[in-house]
Design a binder for this molecule. Structure first.
Ligand code: SIN
Length: 510
């Protein structure tokens, strides 16, 4: 990357990256985990062409990966369908043992898996390691849940009949995953699917196929039977035709997608033709509300964690900060201090880095556009505000924010922290619920009655009370409104991959 100033914001020339960030970084992951072919029916297969995977921090090419098309997608669906015949009949304990082995292998290779994440999505290494553990935890959790998917025996209204409600796997699941959690968004779905007795075809995001292929390598080592777990990477150009197969093929019973609301709506339409089951984990626009009674230090720590994790690129990142007048000044001062003290921009593999690049320059452009829109409508930039070379973005704190600004109306997916001052609980709730999406919401208050009132009133699927980091395998993940359909993780996650069959056993002589 050349050290020249390329962009301007509000008439100012933006600085180049510091020299230390311009050096070359080497992925340095050992061969068996650095896979570049598709994984179909238990075999590594090449496609007719390849596409490059780039380090978003430097633009350096990391690998060339098989660019699958509809033919490979169809083969994968057929392989999954064939494998499903025996996988669905294996005992829950057999499936559990294999998922557990897969988990153990992820832990054994956690450092290499973390490097893959850092290099293909830009996440700081410490966070990538956190993602690997989080990702593995879904295999562990669902290896345990596999053995507890009880059906029901229901008291019958007739003496000569018994009523059984049986849980059965839905069949082949298409798993379409995003770049911001290249590993965990796969295992959160696949752990549940495999535990239920389903087989899967994974289409990882075009930016981050390496983590998905490394998971396939470990699945093979764990002894997951051929065809149970398939991965078909493809480029942005091939995505529509591969998506068409994965969403429309009659052999596919279920689609699980994590990504934008706009893409989710396209997939829902595709799924409608063959009436497939769907789970959708879509966009968020999380409110982060700090009331006068809040422990301000705790609120600041929560804001730092929920906003700047993965440089603001998570669906549950706080996007709109609402701070009550009585604590506003204190909160802003302490938050600014924490941003100065804790945030360091750099390549994800540097130990001091807390803020990697955004995934691409379009992502940085969007944040810059939101900042200039806000400033043009009266917001004040208290920290940051500038884009650096490449797709690096300074963590930015905006004050004097109002609800007509773009940043309070759409997801930023970047390190932008806009703060609105409010006076009453009703006002805060009205702003928080004014969005057409509702994934996560955060509330900071020491008032127990307010905790209940606000938690119940918030139109979201996940509420953090005095907490900024919530995600865990044991709890549900999912939203309301246009944030999606269904829940992942927890004891409920597995139900997304099961049908309930009613069996009536009649003619009994009693
Ligand atoms: C996401 O951004 O979609 C996932 C975030 C998480 O699991 O915490």
């Amino acid at each position: 990357m050349a050290a020249v100033c390329t962009r301007s914001f509000l008439g100012r020339v933006l600085p180049p990256l510091p020299a230390a960030m311009l050096r070359r970084y080497s992925l340095d992951v050992s061969a068996p985990l650095l896979r570049t072919q598709a994984y179909v029916g238990g075999r590594w297969v090449s496609a007719a062409s390849v596409f490059p995977v780039l380090d978003p921090a430097t633009g350096q090419e990391l690998a060339r990966v098989s660019d699958c098309g509809p033919a490979e997608a169809k083969q994968a669906v057929e392989a999954a369908h064939r494998a499903g015949r025996s996988w669905s009949r294996d005992t829950a304990k057999e499936r559990s043992v294999l998922l557990r082995r897969w988990f153990d292998l992820m832990i054994q290779h956690k450092d290499d898996l973390a490097r893959l994440i850092t290099f293909e999505c830009g996440k700081p290494l410490r966070e990538s390691l956190g993602e690997v553990l989080y990702s593995a935890s879904f295999l562990e959790w669902f290896s345990e849940e596999a053995r507890r998917t009880y059906g029901d025996i229901v008291p019958s209204p007739a003496k000569d009949r018994k009523i059984f409600l049986l849980k059965q796997p839905v069949g082949v699941a298409s798993i379409i995953t995003p770049w911001n959690f290249p590993s965990a968004m796969i295992t959160r779905k696949v752990g549940a699917a495999l535990a239920a007795g389903c087989t899967v075809v994974v289409k990882p995001a075009e930016d981050t196929p390496l983590s998905a292929l490394a998971l396939a390598e470990l699945a093979q080592q764990a002894g997951i039977p051929p065809g149970v777990f398939n991965v078909v990477p493809c480029s942005r150009e091939k995505t529509p035709s591969v998506g068409q197969v994965l969403c429309c093929d009659p052999l596919v019973a279920k689609i699980s997608f994590t990504g934008s609301t706009a893409t989710g709506k396209v997939l829902l339409k595709l799924a409608a033709d063959t009436v497939k089951r769907v789970s959708m984990e879509l966009g968020g626009h999380a409110p982060f509300i700090v009331f006068d009674s809040a422990d301000v230090d705790r609120a600041v720590a929560g804001a730092m964690a929920s906003k700047f994790r993965n440089s603001g690129q998570t669906c549950v990142c706080s996007n709109r900060f609402l701070v009550q007048s009585g604590v506003y000044d204190r909160f802003m001062e302490k938050l600014g201090g924490a941003m100065d003290a804790e945030l360091r921009i750099g390549h994800g593999s540097e130990p001091q880095t807390t803020q990697g690049p955004l995934i691409n320059s379009r992502a940085a452009d969007k944040v810059v556009h939101q900042i200039s829109d806000a400033v043009s409508r009266g917001a004040t930039v208290l920290k940051g505000g500038r884009r650096l070379e490449g797709s690096y973005m300074e963590p930015t704190l905006l004050a004097d924010v109002t609800t007509d600004m773009l940043c309070t109306r759409e997801e930023s997916f970047g390190p932008l922290l806009p703060v609105i001052r409010f006076n009453t609980e009703e006002e805060a709730l009205a702003i928080a619920n004014s969005s057409n999406v509702g994934l996560a919401g955060y509330v900071f208050t020491q008032d127990v009655s307010q905790i209940w009132r606000v938690t119940e009133a918030l139109e979201v699927g996940i509420v953090g009370v005095n907490e900024g980091l919530l995600s865990t395998a044991e709890a549900t993940f999912g939203g309301v409104k246009q944030s999606g359909l269904g829940r992942e993780g927890s004891k409920y996650g597995i139900e997304e991959y099961q049908e309930v069959k009613y069996m009536c056993l009649g003619g009994l002589q009693v």
